[in-house]
Design a protein. Structure first.
Lengths: 530, 354
């Protein structure tokens, strides 16, 4: 069920009416029913996978919770009898039991994810290897349909399980509440990846109709529709034209494609998240922000703190830190310091942990070498810029340009260009082709296409470019205003006629300039495939 | 104070709703195609609702009815009051629901259905759907017609709120969209689309070999529903195959229709086989090389059909009946006027490019 389909709007309208008509104590149950219906609409088989994740995580978390409770009760009961050593040994034993449950559940769920998402990638690589070795044997590909949002709900539910293990949140004893946390429909399609501690309070609470909250939610949905339908789905035609025929569109077209894709991905993903957060807000549920004006970042590192925030923090909390502080890594750190000196030796474990994170990020994004190279490309750029840090500091010590507008603009443009260049790996069908196309940027010498009208042959007319330019101006303006606080708050403080003109104007912009309906292909959200 | 605030709020909501609904309505009217000077076929279906509804004969079907039969001739020569509810590529279920729709207003004595529509068993093209369905007034017949006709990418809601379909037409708007925003001008003569120009039929292609010559189940289902509906209402159903040379009419199709007509005891007239009787000459009586008849051809076969209607269906001459006669005087004047206009335009065109 596409967020931008009539079916979804109808689904939402029915849910909204029922949600505020029924007693508050039934609201979360209604959300669970509608989440199941939403997921069922994506294919009944999808329910099996999400149910498996929910059941296994529920039981593992309950077991871990029970073991932790037993431990607390035992220590409390035998506080005076047990020596410090006995307490430590007992805790160790209980922790080991919890670890076994955690590990089993992690392996099972990541195993399911790996099988449905990466089996064919593995087969492809084995076949390629056999070819390289001159062996004629080939393994057939599996016919496995990827359940919608499996990466998102798997990570979200495993994050919860790890939090229970760490004692950050108590185990949720109500299976249906946990099921709702895992399957809450607005974030099933493309995240954000919520934490139980952040989401549960408002998700299970009773909500009375509040016109301000509801209208804020609806405004956010409308803004998401604008990004998705007016910008992302319109520019999609140009992106597809360029990447669909690499043999005809090299050189400067690759640059244009990079820029188009940067805009498309931003409008598509942030638009989808706006709809997600808006829908949740209409229902009184608070979902964490996933973006913070990422294209205003002055470095790639900063960009990744502001883009897909919940995924970044998930990888940091559940992969980077555990790897950084695990025993082998601490041992490696000690030996690196001894061998390479204090400064470099100290950084090496960080680089290694970052490598693991970026490798995982790449793999998470998709089962192809393109994503793996893209992930590692990010890692390389971040590591290089970290290594160049002293050089930057010396430069800034000598030239006082750090706070100059033009220098900050240069940094922002540099970040956007770097990110867009890395994203070419998302676009082309394989890694060698991506490198080849990237190479044509410097060899084709066809930059005249930027002004000789060639861009009008990409399926986008001058009106499309006009709409895109106006949309882009609006995006930038809103982002600039956002730096000083919520735009919706600012608009809400205006007199009613101004508010009405602004929001109705935005609605008409979506209605009249949106790329939807017959004549336009309804495009799935890009992040839905992850 | 609280009451005053509530009142103010209510006023704000009402004014806002009025502004939204009015502006959306106006936008929808503006953006919808008007079919006045270009692709006028799209305007045919809606014109019926402006008519007096006391017809003896109703034609239903695709372009083979609205371009090949002239109700003006039926009136002028036989006193038969008829109307054509035809539209481009009208699918058989659309014909059925158009008949249902027509029967909401009147019960004619004869319904004439052009059988070429049986060739399609599934929805075809959105553009043609629009031209047939949009002009229908809302009723359950229209709802069912839409549901039966939707192609894969279409949505029912797009018919309820056509602005959702035509939302991006603002870039193609012309003066006509403003001029005919609320009131359009008639483009047909009782559903007949007049063309006086001539393009002789030459090198008419043979029909392609089909994998299966049997009409589809859905097509037959609606054929039977048309027959039953007519029978239930006491209407004489006549099946016709207009004399268009293309799309090709296969012998296998002919056999199926003949068998059906015989089984149901229906009169079936295949004008392709009546060229001698009707006097059709494809060197002079078609404007597009044999696909459709021009005015001359349409008047010839209508004249022949009128005689059949009188002889076989016993239709009476209603000339002299008021206010029908006065109404037809106006219609015939408009018919003649357009005929003259088209001949003049054609002469001017030929003079400019001899």
């Amino acid at each position: 069920m596409l967020f931008t389909s009539y079916t979804f709007l109808g689904f939402l309208a029915v849910l909204f009416l029922l949600y505020y008509l029924i007693p508050g104590k039934f609201q979360w149950k209604l959300l669970l029913v509608f989440s199941c219906l939403f997921y069922y609409a994506a294919g009944p088989f999808c329910l099996v996978y999400i149910l498996a994740a929910t059941v296994t995580v529920y039981f593992a978390a309950c077991r871990i919770g029970t073991i932790s409770e037993e431990q607390s009760a035992y220590i409390k009961a035998h506080k005076t009898e047990l020596s410090r050593e006995e307490k430590k040994s007992y805790k160790q034993k209980m922790k080991s039991r919890c670890w076994k449950w955690l590990l089993a559940c992690l392996l099972l769920n990541l195993g399911i994810l790996a099988v449905v998402k990466y089996t064919n990638f593995a087969i492809y690589n084995v076949n390629s290897l056999l070819t390289a070795l001159g062996n004629d044997r080939r393994f057939g590909f599996w016919d496995i349909a990827l359940p919608m949002g499996i990466s998102f709900y798997t990570f979200q539910s495993l994050g919860y399980l790890i939090d229970v293990y760490r004692g950050v949140v108590p185990a949720e004893r109500n299976f249906f509440k946990l099921a709702l946390f895992v399957s809450f429909f607005p974030q099933l399609v493309q995240g954000p990846i919520s934490r139980f501690g952040d989401l549960s309070a408002s998700l299970f609470a009773e909500h009375k109709f509040d016109s301000r909250t509801v209208s804020f939610g609806l405004e956010r949905i409308l803004w998401g529709f604008f990004k998705k339908l007016v910008i992302a789905d319109r520019i999609l035609t140009g992106v597809n034209a360029i990447i669909g025929e690499p043999e005809n569109y090299g050189g400067a077209y690759v640059f244009v494609g990079m820029m188009f894709y940067a805009l498309e991905l931003y409008a598509d993903f942030t638009g989808g998240i706006d709809i997600t957060i808006g829908v949740a807000q209409v229902l009184g549920v608070t979902v964490k922000e996933n973006f913070q004006r990422p294209y205003f970042s002055k470095s790639i590192k900063e960009y990744w703190r502001r883009w897909h925030i919940t995924m970044g923090t998930w990888f940091t909390d559940y992969i980077f830190y555990p790897i950084s502080v695990c025993k082998p890594m601490l041992k490696f750190s000690r030996s690196a310091r001894e061998r390479f000196g204090e400064a470099l030796g100290k950084r090496m474990p960080v680089y290694l942990s970052s490598f693991a994170v970026w490798l995982a990020t790449g793999i998470w994004h998709g089962a192809s070498w393109n994503f793996i190279v893209w992930g590692l490309g990010n890692w390389v750029v971040i590591m290089i810029s970290q290594e160049l840090e002293p050089l930057y500091e010396r430069f800034h010590g000598r030239f006082a340009v750090k706070d100059r507008f033009w220098f900050r603009l240069f940094q922002v443009v540099r970040t956007v260009l770097l990110m867009s260049a890395l994203r070419t790996f998302d676009c082309y069908r394989d890694v060698p082709l991506t490198f080849r196309m990237f190479g044509t940027l410097f060899t084709a010498g066809n930059w005249q296409i930027l002004w000789d009208g060639s861009l009008l042959q990409l399926g986008l007319g001058s009106l499309d470019y006009g709409i895109l330019a106006a949309g882009l101006c609006l995006l930038v303006t809103v982002s600039l205003i956002q730096r000083k606080g919520s735009v919706r708050e600012k608009i809400a403080a205006r007199p009613y006629p101004v508010r009405f003109v602004l929001w109705y104007g935005l609605f008409l912009a979506v209605l009249l300039t949106g790329a939807y309906g017959v004549g336009y292909d309804a495009s799935q959200f890009i992040y839905n495939q992850f | 104070m609280n009451r005053l605030m509530k009142k103010n709020r209510l006023v704000k909501i009402l004014i806002s709703a009025a502004v939204v609904l009015t502006s959306l309505y106006l936008l929808q009217r503006l953006l919808m195609p008007k079919y006045v000077s270009d692709i006028v076929e799209g305007a045919l279906i809606a014109e019926y609702y402006e008519e007096e509804k006391d017809h003896d004969v109703i034609f239903i079907g695709d372009c083979e009815v609205y371009e090949n039969f002239s109700p003006a001739v039926l009136w002028e020569e036989y006193g038969i009051n008829s109307y054509i509810r035809g539209s481009a590529q009208q699918l058989i279920w659309q014909s059925y629901y158009l008949l249902e729709d027509t029967l909401r207003y009147e019960t004619p004595e004869v319904v004439i259905f052009n059988v070429l529509a049986l060739q399609y068993n599934e929805p075809q093209r959105e553009a043609y759907n629009r031209m047939t369905l949009e002009g229908m007034e809302w009723s359950m017949a229209k709802v069912h017609a839409i549901q039966a006709s939707l192609t894969e990418k279409e949505h029912f809601l797009d018919y309820v709120f056509p602005i959702l379909r035509y939302h991006s037409r603002w870039s193609e708007l012309t003066g006509e969209d403003v001029e005919y925003m609320f009131q359009t001008k008639p483009v047909s003569h009782n559903g007949y689309y007049m063309r006086v120009d001539v393009k002789p039929a030459q090198n008419v292609p043979e029909g392609k070999i089909l994998p299966d010559y049997r009409f589809g189940d859905t097509a037959w289902e609606y054929m039977e529903r048309i027959t039953k509906l007519c029978r239930d209402k006491g209407i004489r159903l006549i099946l016709v195959k207009a004399p268009s040379l293309y799309p090709y009419w296969y012998e296998e199709w002919e056999e199926q229709i003949e068998a059906y007509a015989k089984k149901e005891d229906l009169l079936y007239l295949n004008f392709l086989e009546l060229q001698e009787e009707t006097g059709i000459d494809f060197r002079t009586d078609t404007y597009d090389g044999g696909l459709h008849l021009n005015l001359s051809g349409a008047e010839k076969i209508t004249r022949w059909l009128g005689n059949v209607l009188v002889q076989e269906a016993g239709l009476l001459d209603r000339r002299g009946e008021e206010p029908l006669t006065t109404l037809w005087e106006e219609k015939l004047a408009a018919y003649e006027a357009e005929k003259q206009d088209q001949y003049k335009a054609l002469e001017a065109e030929q003079a400019a490019d001899p």
